[in-house]
Design a protein around this ligand. Structure first.
Ligand SMILES: Cc1cc2nc3c(=O)[nH]c(=O)nc-3n(C[C@H](O)[C@H](O)[C@H](O)COP(=O)(O)O)c2cc1C
Length: 493
């Protein structure tokens, strides 16, 4: 299977969700928590200090600092502000309660897992760990000096972000592969920004031989490595690495459902996007992204000073937005857009594949219409004028929130350009970038007293033709909406 075959076969079209409605087998719902059983479990100290640096400074590339002076406290802080449980929802009619996390996830199904290798952290044994968010603990899968497949990475902390496809496929079928890639992009960015807030640089690698990383980390068969993220920086509390023989505990991965269904299209696209151990050449330089300009000059962003710690854990998806008259200012929109424009530290992100198209509903000082964002010049190019509320909701599979928001987005991914350089593997990179931009939109909106929602469901070709983009220019890969949220009665702090 090639990426265009997978992409075309998983498009929503008017009538397609109706033709094959999601039939959810609740009794067989996958466990949202993976555990590697039978291994030592290490405590991460409770209530780590909240990073005080303003969230917009982090989004704009400034490094924060940490008071953590040992490995457990540092890891606890990093994970608490990137991937821990941060709230819960309770369904009033049934009393059923479920967890929400710092990183968002399509359908709250959380296919993403966080593994990490540490070397030389103070008061923390070198080894390979799996994060257990249900208890904010680390499962020790190996101790000793380990090297994660990538030659020569001397970073004291290296994360491997994996996806368990079944968790998403249970609900979304074949389209789930896209959602897992977007979720992985969100998770990477959540980690990268939390790392920055506590004073370290991160660098993500997505161009690696899949089999080698999976074998090295002894992942369960249903866990697929997506991104390797190295963390470095003077703020990481290190001592001399203890030279110690490697001992593997491994652990038994818990079974997530009674019955696990296979999705041949997902297996095929995943295999098609893999790099083999033998043929994993260096990452080639991509063709540059188009560069344009527009007639609307965005004002200089003026950002509020809410701390990263506060916003990262308060971030939530809006259930819906208040329609009506409430608007956002052009300066707020400018802050939001500027937050998406910073370089993303990753091997595949040296050039951008995503372009943002905006459905302007209620932005004070801007006429409703569709605009394209040109980040190099902080400008918007007007594509069309007129009320977009019905169109934005309709294109987002009839979800009202895209029309009730103040602004909605289509992320157009240049899948062809990515594939010209990276082959099928480029399909992953475009989605990782879209997820990372989405994570930045979430945090920027929250810090401005607004709220955002990622939208993975849209009528693909209807969006492409509405925006007049040809496949050579790109295709829609993700939608977003930002505005004033309605209260969600299910939400508990
Ligand atoms: C990739 C992705 C796609 C999503 N698609 C939708 C969507 O189509 N409609 C919607 O209402 N929410 C969507 N969401 C929001 C999730 O439902 C939400 O993140 C999840 O319920 C967890 O809630 P939280 O974001 O408040 O932690 C999406 C989120 C992500 C990350």
């Amino acid at each position: 299977m090639t990426w265009p075959e997978y992409h075309d076969s998983t498009k929503h079209s008017v009538g397609s969700p109706g033709r094959s409605p999601y039939v959810l087998d609740w009794a067989n719902m996958p466990d949202p928590f993976r555990h590697y059983e039978g291994v030592p479990v290490l405590d991460l100290p409770a209530d780590p200090a909240a990073p005080q640096i303003p969230v917009f400074e982090v989004l704009n590339g400034t490094l924060g600092s940490t008071s953590a002076d040992n490995g457990p406290t540092f890891l606890s802080q990093l994970l608490f502000y990137s991937s821990a449980i941060s709230a819960s929802k309770r369904v009033q009619s049934t009393g059923y309660r479920y967890a929400l996390r710092v990183n968002p996830s399509s359908g709250n199904l959380h296919p993403t897992e966080f593994h990490f290798r540490t070397r030389g952290l103070k008061a923390w044994p070198d080894g390979l760990y799996h994060y257990r968010p249900s208890a904010h603990m680390a499962e020790q899968r190996a101790v000793g000096d380990l090297e994660i497949g990538l030659a020569g990475t001397s970073a004291p902390i290296v994360f491997v972000v994996t996806s368990i496809l079944w968790r998403e496929a249970w609900k979304y079928g074949d389209r789930a592969y896209r959602y897992c890639l977007l979720d992985a992009g969100h998770a990477w960015q959540a980690l990268s920004l939390a790392a920055r807030a506590v004073g370290c640089h991160s660098f993500a690698t997505a161009h690696f031989p899949d089999g080698e990383i999976a074998r090295f980390c002894r992942f369960a068969e249903d866990e697929w490595p997506m991104l390797v993220v190295e963390l470095r920086g003077a703020s990481i509390p290190v001592s001399e690495p203890a030279s110690r023989e490697t001992v593997w505990y491994g652990g038994r991965a818990n079974r997530l459902s009674e019955e696990i269904m296979t999705y041949p299209a997902i297996d095929e696209i995943h295999n098609a996007t893999k790099l083999s151990d033998q043929a994993c050449p260096g990452l080639s330089a991509s063709e540059p992204a188009p560069n344009g300009s527009g007639e609307i000059i965005l004002p200089v962003p003026v950002s509020p000073r809410h701390s990263f710690g506060e916003i990262a854990r308060a971030r939530r998806s809006a259930l819906d937005f208040q329609g009506g008259m409430q608007s956002i200012s052009l300066t707020q929109l400018s802050c939001i857009l500027a937050a998406t424009a910073r370089p993303l530290p990753a091997d595949f992100a040296r050039v951008r594949f995503i372009q943002l198209y905006l459905y302007i509903h209620r932005v004070y000082g801007l006429q409703p219409g569709v605009c394209r964002y040109w980040p190099e010049h902080d400008q918007l190019e007007r594509i069309s004028s007129g009320d977009q509320r019905v169109a934005a909701a309709g294109l987002s599979l009839g979800q009202n929130l895209a029309g009730n928001a103040c602004v909605a987005f289509s992320m157009i991914g240049d899948l062809d350009r990515a594939a010209r350089t990276h082959g099928n593997r480029g399909y992953r990179y475009v989605h990782f970038e879209a997820g990372a931009i989405g994570q930045r939109l979430y945090l920027a909106a929250e810090a401005l007293g607004l709220r955002a929602t990622g939208i993975g469901a849209f009528y693909d070709d209807a969006v492409n033709s509405y925006l007049n983009v040809t496949p050579a220019q790109g295709q829609v890969v993700y939608h977003f909406a930002i505005g004033h949220p309605v209260r969600d009665p299910r939400l508990e702090a």
